[in-house]
Design a protein around this ligand. Sequence first.
Ligand code: PGA
Length: 252
Amino acid sequence: MRRKLVVANWKMHGSRSRNRQLLDAIKPALQSFDDRVDIAVCPAHLHLSEVISELAGSNIRPGAQNLFGLAEGAMTGEISASMLMDCGAEFVIVGHSERRGKLGEADVQVAEKFAAASESGLTPILCVGETGEERDAGKTEAVVSRQLDAVTNRVGINPMRGAVIAYEPVWAIGSGTPATPAQAQAMHAMLRGRLARRDGEIADAVRILYGGSMNAANAAELFAQPDIDGGLVGGASLKAEEFITICAIASS
Ligand code: PGA
């Protein structure tokens, strides 16, 4: 039985005081779900150290939203896996569609980032997902498979042990319209099946999150699907009550 994981992706939102307010609101409520669900928050890099201090003693684990795929070097403005580890991060989102689509991140870079994260001991959260156009053209499975294979071809199957995958259809992100539970389940099962061709045990253990307009009203039917192991939550994670409710559903 895979334990559910709910990850807040704060994206480019927040300030030191707003982060504190949000954490003060969610920390006590989430404490009671401690042994039934894993919870993480991913603030902006700039806020990570302070958020990590504020998370001390809570059951919320810290994550980052991005990293660079090299250990160190002349890369102005970038942040490495070891820097994230050093400051106390445990998770890192890799290959979010906003970075693939708006910042031109290619599969090969995503694979380098995944490799750097898992080699350093961070838990990568690998995002995959098709655009609306790709879905309409019947390319969903091909696109998502290509995104997954780019990583497994680079790192092999073993680093997928303990890693997290997030299926996030691009058309569902921030749109208010999530994938239907059946659409999401079909893709989650496809991803797990693809991993199972290489290693059944790893495929069975890997947690596959759904992301894209998840909120307190739709989380239950998504979490009820057999291959949906939690959520990567954007907009709804910025509202304390919404996020607490999503975590409560995941823990039940
Ligand atoms: P959303 O974002 O929940 O606001 O749709 C999810 C994500 O992009 O990770």
